[in-house]
Design a binder for this molecule. Structure first.
Ligand SMILES: [Zn+2]
Length: 213
Protein backbone atom coordinates (compact mmCIF):
# COMPACT_ATOMS: atom_id res chain seq x y z
CA UNK A 1 0.00 0.00 0.00
CA UNK A 2 1.39 3.42 -0.90
CA UNK A 3 1.77 6.07 1.82
CA UNK A 4 0.59 3.60 4.47
CA UNK A 5 1.96 5.48 7.49
CA UNK A 6 0.54 8.80 6.24
CA UNK A 7 -2.88 7.16 5.70
CA UNK A 8 -2.76 5.69 9.20
CA UNK A 9 -2.00 9.17 10.55
CA UNK A 10 -5.09 10.52 8.76
CA UNK A 11 -7.30 7.78 10.27
CA UNK A 12 -5.79 8.36 13.71
CA UNK A 13 -6.06 12.17 13.75
CA UNK A 14 -9.18 12.94 11.67
CA UNK A 15 -11.52 12.41 14.69
CA UNK A 16 -9.75 15.37 16.39
CA UNK A 17 -11.33 17.64 13.77
CA UNK A 18 -14.75 17.00 15.31
CA UNK A 19 -13.78 19.09 18.36
CA UNK A 20 -12.62 21.98 16.16
CA UNK A 21 -14.96 22.47 13.24
CA UNK A 22 -18.75 22.28 12.66
CA UNK A 23 -20.26 19.35 10.77
CA UNK A 24 -17.82 17.78 8.30
CA UNK A 25 -16.28 21.06 7.20
CA UNK A 26 -12.67 20.45 8.25
CA UNK A 27 -9.98 18.44 6.56
CA UNK A 28 -6.38 17.47 7.10
CA UNK A 29 -3.57 15.96 5.09
CA UNK A 30 -0.21 14.31 5.71
CA UNK A 31 2.53 14.43 3.10
CA UNK A 32 5.13 11.83 2.16
CA UNK A 33 7.89 13.88 3.85
CA UNK A 34 8.32 17.68 3.77
CA UNK A 35 9.03 17.65 0.03
CA UNK A 36 7.31 14.41 -1.04
CA UNK A 37 5.24 14.34 -4.23
CA UNK A 38 2.04 12.85 -2.70
CA UNK A 39 -0.13 13.14 0.39
CA UNK A 40 -2.91 11.31 2.25
CA UNK A 41 -6.03 13.40 2.94
CA UNK A 42 -9.39 13.05 4.69
CA UNK A 43 -12.17 11.71 2.45
CA UNK A 44 -15.23 13.81 1.59
CA UNK A 45 -18.76 13.37 2.89
CA UNK A 46 -18.14 10.85 5.70
CA UNK A 47 -17.87 11.29 9.47
CA UNK A 48 -14.28 11.71 10.70
CA UNK A 49 -14.29 8.37 12.54
CA UNK A 50 -15.93 6.16 9.91
CA UNK A 51 -13.20 5.17 7.49
CA UNK A 52 -10.18 2.89 7.40
CA UNK A 53 -6.64 3.03 6.09
CA UNK A 54 -7.38 1.70 2.59
CA UNK A 55 -10.30 4.16 2.24
CA UNK A 56 -7.99 7.15 2.71
CA UNK A 57 -7.41 8.97 -0.59
CA UNK A 58 -3.83 9.51 -1.77
CA UNK A 59 -3.34 12.50 -4.05
CA UNK A 60 -0.26 13.74 -5.90
CA UNK A 61 0.93 17.31 -5.36
CA UNK A 62 -0.11 17.77 -9.00
CA UNK A 63 -3.70 17.16 -7.79
CA UNK A 64 -4.11 13.72 -9.41
CA UNK A 65 -5.81 11.03 -7.36
CA UNK A 66 -3.56 7.99 -6.95
CA UNK A 67 -5.17 5.57 -4.51
CA UNK A 68 -7.84 5.07 -1.84
CA UNK A 69 -11.39 3.71 -1.90
CA UNK A 70 -13.05 7.02 -0.99
CA UNK A 71 -13.14 10.36 -2.82
CA UNK A 72 -10.87 13.09 -1.41
CA UNK A 73 -12.01 16.28 0.31
CA UNK A 74 -13.35 18.98 -2.05
CA UNK A 75 -10.62 21.24 -0.66
CA UNK A 76 -7.85 18.98 -2.02
CA UNK A 77 -6.72 21.55 -4.64
CA UNK A 78 -5.84 23.90 -1.76
CA UNK A 79 -3.76 21.19 -0.01
CA UNK A 80 -2.01 20.24 -3.30
CA UNK A 81 -1.24 23.85 -4.18
CA UNK A 82 0.18 24.60 -0.72
CA UNK A 83 2.42 21.51 -0.93
CA UNK A 84 3.65 22.59 -4.38
CA UNK A 85 4.74 25.94 -2.94
CA UNK A 86 5.83 25.13 0.64
CA UNK A 87 8.11 22.49 2.20
CA UNK A 88 5.62 21.38 4.86
CA UNK A 89 4.59 17.90 5.98
CA UNK A 90 0.98 18.43 7.10
CA UNK A 91 -1.98 20.79 6.68
CA UNK A 92 -5.06 21.29 8.89
CA UNK A 93 -8.04 23.31 7.66
CA UNK A 94 -11.05 24.15 9.85
CA UNK A 95 -14.07 26.42 10.04
CA UNK A 96 -13.52 26.58 13.81
CA UNK A 97 -15.78 29.33 15.25
CA UNK A 98 -13.36 31.82 16.87
CA UNK A 99 -10.89 31.74 13.98
CA UNK A 100 -13.74 31.98 11.50
CA UNK A 101 -15.09 35.03 13.37
CA UNK A 102 -11.68 36.66 12.71
CA UNK A 103 -11.93 35.53 9.07
CA UNK A 104 -15.42 37.01 8.73
CA UNK A 105 -14.21 40.34 10.13
CA UNK A 106 -11.03 40.22 7.95
CA UNK A 107 -9.17 40.80 11.23
CA UNK A 108 -5.54 39.60 11.63
CA UNK A 109 -4.55 38.30 15.06
CA UNK A 110 -1.88 40.51 16.69
CA UNK A 111 0.68 39.15 19.20
CA UNK A 112 -1.51 39.38 22.31
CA UNK A 113 0.05 36.34 24.01
CA UNK A 114 3.48 34.73 23.78
CA UNK A 115 2.03 31.41 22.50
CA UNK A 116 1.46 33.05 19.12
CA UNK A 117 5.11 32.34 18.24
CA UNK A 118 4.09 28.70 17.65
CA UNK A 119 2.83 29.99 14.26
CA UNK A 120 4.67 33.31 13.84
CA UNK A 121 4.41 36.86 15.20
CA UNK A 122 0.83 37.35 13.98
CA UNK A 123 -1.84 35.44 12.08
CA UNK A 124 -2.64 37.17 8.77
CA UNK A 125 -5.84 37.06 6.69
CA UNK A 126 -5.73 35.56 3.19
CA UNK A 127 -7.90 37.21 0.54
CA UNK A 128 -11.14 35.46 -0.38
CA UNK A 129 -11.47 33.18 -3.41
CA UNK A 130 -13.93 30.32 -3.99
CA UNK A 131 -13.08 27.14 -2.05
CA UNK A 132 -11.16 24.45 -3.86
CA UNK A 133 -9.51 26.85 -6.34
CA UNK A 134 -5.82 27.40 -7.12
CA UNK A 135 -6.48 31.12 -6.69
CA UNK A 136 -7.43 30.54 -3.04
CA UNK A 137 -4.30 28.45 -2.47
CA UNK A 138 -2.17 31.27 -3.92
CA UNK A 139 -3.80 33.78 -1.56
CA UNK A 140 -3.14 31.48 1.42
CA UNK A 141 0.52 30.91 0.56
CA UNK A 142 1.07 34.65 -0.10
CA UNK A 143 -0.52 35.66 3.22
CA UNK A 144 1.63 33.17 5.20
CA UNK A 145 4.81 34.17 3.30
CA UNK A 146 4.26 37.91 3.79
CA UNK A 147 3.59 37.46 7.52
CA UNK A 148 6.30 34.80 7.94
CA UNK A 149 3.60 32.68 9.61
CA UNK A 150 2.57 29.01 9.39
CA UNK A 151 -1.13 29.82 9.89
CA UNK A 152 -3.61 32.16 8.22
CA UNK A 153 -7.26 33.05 8.48
CA UNK A 154 -9.08 32.95 5.14
CA UNK A 155 -11.61 35.72 4.44
CA UNK A 156 -15.20 34.61 5.01
CA UNK A 157 -14.09 30.98 5.22
CA UNK A 158 -11.90 29.72 8.08
CA UNK A 159 -8.38 28.80 9.14
CA UNK A 160 -5.39 27.00 7.55
CA UNK A 161 -2.40 25.75 9.59
CA UNK A 162 0.73 24.09 8.18
CA UNK A 163 3.55 22.30 10.04
CA UNK A 164 6.29 19.73 9.60
CA UNK A 165 4.00 16.99 11.03
CA UNK A 166 0.30 16.45 11.74
CA UNK A 167 0.64 16.46 15.56
CA UNK A 168 2.18 19.95 15.47
CA UNK A 169 -0.34 21.19 12.90
CA UNK A 170 -3.27 20.09 15.11
CA UNK A 171 -1.71 21.46 18.28
CA UNK A 172 -1.11 24.81 16.59
CA UNK A 173 -4.68 24.85 15.27
CA UNK A 174 -5.84 24.65 18.89
CA UNK A 175 -3.41 27.44 19.86
CA UNK A 176 -4.70 29.79 17.12
CA UNK A 177 -8.32 28.98 17.94
CA UNK A 178 -7.83 29.74 21.65
CA UNK A 179 -5.87 32.96 20.92
CA UNK A 180 -8.61 34.13 18.54
CA UNK A 181 -11.10 33.48 21.31
CA UNK A 182 -8.98 35.37 23.85
CA UNK A 183 -8.70 38.34 21.49
CA UNK A 184 -12.42 38.48 20.73
CA UNK A 185 -13.52 37.92 24.36
CA UNK A 186 -11.18 40.70 25.55
CA UNK A 187 -12.67 43.07 23.00
CA UNK A 188 -16.21 41.88 23.78
CA UNK A 189 -15.54 42.85 27.42
CA UNK A 190 -14.90 46.38 26.17
CA UNK A 191 -11.15 46.13 26.86
CA UNK A 192 -8.33 46.86 24.42
CA UNK A 193 -5.95 43.90 23.98
CA UNK A 194 -2.30 44.97 24.40
CA UNK A 195 0.37 43.40 22.23
CA UNK A 196 3.88 42.11 22.87
CA UNK A 197 6.76 44.03 21.27
CA UNK A 198 8.92 42.55 18.53
CA UNK A 199 11.78 42.32 21.05
CA UNK A 200 9.60 40.40 23.53
CA UNK A 201 8.54 38.01 20.76
CA UNK A 202 12.15 37.44 19.70
CA UNK A 203 13.01 36.47 23.29
CA UNK A 204 10.16 33.93 23.33
CA UNK A 205 11.28 32.54 19.96
CA UNK A 206 14.79 31.99 21.33
CA UNK A 207 13.37 30.13 24.34
CA UNK A 208 11.14 27.99 22.09
CA UNK A 209 14.12 27.10 19.92
CA UNK A 210 16.33 26.13 22.86
CA UNK A 211 13.86 24.50 25.27
CA UNK A 212 10.66 23.83 23.31
CA UNK A 213 7.25 25.01 24.49
ZN1 LIG B 1 -13.18 25.16 4.19
Amino acid sequence: MILESQRRAVVEHAPELAALTPGRTGNLSVRDGASGDAFAVTPTGVPYDSFEVDDVPVVGVDGDRRDGEMAPSSEVPMHAAIYRREDVGAIVHTHSPWSTAMAVAHEPLPPIHYMIVAVGKRVPVAEYAPYGTDELAEHIVRAMDEADATATFVENHGLVVTASDIETALENTHHVESLARLYLETRAAGLEPRTLSDEQLETVLEKFESYGQ
